[in-house]
Design a protein around this ligand. Structure first.
Ligand code: PLZ
Length: 455
């Protein structure tokens, strides 16, 4: 195995290598895929040609011994790795005592530790409180419940292309029709969508884009009816869109002036992913409430709403919760995962990863098919277009599937399905990352080349 990263003393249990030893899928994975289609609802149809049995650092290993380079982190979850030693040890230790008690009735320390830690690392030094849940969608729903309780108003404002989850309220908040919403309505009322900033397409400054959104909020809903504005500081599923500087601060300021709760949905962008603890840190924004999940607990299901004490405490005693909310094994994992993020300075590592990705992928702009390489830290996307500059989902799908076939796990996103998104674990080895990006770059060039050969 390689020595790892001497600076952070990263060492690995598994060889950090791309190794494809069978046709994909291999026979063991193919047999499992058969059982899957005979037993699992077809709405859940996995896209990776391998059933995983092990993983470490930047690799996932399948049932046939194929080792894939992981550029997805289970959709931005395993930022500290899929089997970080400290996280795994914390899970073993906690589960050895009890797997569950229901914190609402029978409490334990790790829940309080997670709350204290989140109150400490989220922006602002005001008095804060945290409540824990299990999934991201649940955290978003509860941020809305808390905002309504605090303001006494019903309205929820969300952004174009937003993604906030798949429950009924969060489907209403999510923009994209297929595959998330079509056929699943009616949806929760009182949700209004306003335009976000999308610099490469709208050409507006952050202030101009904010003025456009604020006009809509004032004229279509009115601040007297709005409980909260919920925004992803860098959009995830919607296409890794980074709003122009000044957009988010202006929206947050408008909220403050109008008794509207500003909720930053940091479920995908938070927890060191973008090179700071949170994406809002980049412009020193202090949200009233923040939702976190994904990266927070090293892969265990845990989510949180953190924010101003007077807002979080608006709902009365016993009005928020859930059987599994703040599960003790997940909380123990979160304490360990957040500890590793600080000890290994994974925020700095995310900034280094951005440089590596830009070095390897910015040259692709010469193909004429890359509208933009954008993002921050280890949350970077390549937006693909056709020769006329129109979003090109076919090219994107072809590149993703070539990468999968070559042992590199990469995801797409975007309203138009034309964005390649990179979310490597923050502990990925540099040489391995460069190799994975090389495969991706070759796949883009080869696909574009084949297309022009056909014309
Ligand atoms: N808010 C910003 O990114 C989850 C969705 C995967 P849950 N994104 C991945 C899929 O297709 O279901 C997400 C997010 C933001 C909320 C959520 C919802 O988090 O844990 O998936 O409920």
């Amino acid at each position: 195995t390689p020595e790892g990263d001497p600076v952070r003393n990263l060492t690995y249990r598994l060889p950090q290598e791309r190794r494809i030893v069978t046709a994909l899928p291999g026979p063991a994975s193919a047999a499992l895929a058969d059982r899957c289609s005979g037993s699992v609802g077809r709405a859940i149809s996995p896209t990776t040609p391998g059933y995983m049995v092990d993983g470490d650092g930047g690799v996932l290993v399948d049932a046939d011994g194929n080792s894939f380079i992981d550029l997805a982190s289970g959709i931005a979850v395993t930022s500290v790795g899929v089997s970080d030693e400290k996280v795994v040890e914390a899970i073993r230790e906690a589960a050895g005592h009890f797997t569950h008690t229901a914190f609402m009735s029978t409490p334990y320390e790790s829940y309080v530790q997670v709350a204290e830690k989140l109150n400490e690392i989220t922006p602002g030094d005001h008095d804060k409180r945290t409540v824990l849940f299990s999934t991201g969608a649940e955290a978003v729903e509860n941020a809305v419940k808390i905002s309504r309780a605090y303001t006494g108003k019903p309205g929820v404002v969300v952004m174009d292309r937003a993604y906030h989850g798949r429950t009924n309220l969060t489907m209403a908040m999510t923009a994209k029709n297929r595959p998330y919403k079509s056929g699943f309505g009616p949806f929760a009322p009182d949700v209004t969508r306003v335009p976000m900033s999308y610099p490469v397409r709208d050409g507006l400054t952050g202030e101009q884009a904010a003025a456009r959104a604020i006009y809509r909020m004032e004229k279509e809903v009115g601040p007297e009816n709005i409980a909260c504005v919920v925004a992803e500081p860098i959009q995830g599923e919607g296409g890794f869109i980074v709003p122009a500087e000044g957009f988010l601060p202006a929206i947050a300021a408008w909220c403050r002036a109008n008794d509207v709760v500003f909720v930053a949905d940091e479920i995908q962008a938070g927890m060191c992913r973008t090179g700071d603890w949170f994406a809002v840190d980049h412009e020193n924004i202090i949200p009233d409430l923040m939702t976190t999940a994904k990266g927070i607990a090293g892969g265990m299901p845990l989510s949180a709403v953190t924010g101003r004490a007077e807002i979080v405490d608006a709902p009365g005693v016993g009005t928020l919760g859930g059987t599994y909310s703040g599960n003790p094994v997940a909380c123990a994992a979160a304490v360990a995962a957040m500890g590793q993020m600080a000890d290994l300075d994974l925020a700095a590592r995310a900034r280094e990863i951005e440089q590596i990705i830009r070095e390897e992928l910015e040259p692709l702009t010469t193909t004429g098919r890359v509208a933009e390489v954008r993002g921050r830290g280890a949350m970077v996307a390549v937006e693909l277009v056709d020769a006329d500059g129109v979003p090109d989902p076919a090219l994107t799908t072809a590149v993703v599937s070539t990468c999968l076939g070559e042992g590199v796990l990469v995801l797409s996103c975007g309203m138009d399905g034309n964005v390649l998104r990179l979310l490597p674990p923050l502990v990925i080895d540099e040489a391995l990352l460069r190799e994975g990006l090389g495969v991706l770059a070759d796949a883009v060039r080869a696909t574009v080349g084949q297309e022009s050969a056909h014309v």
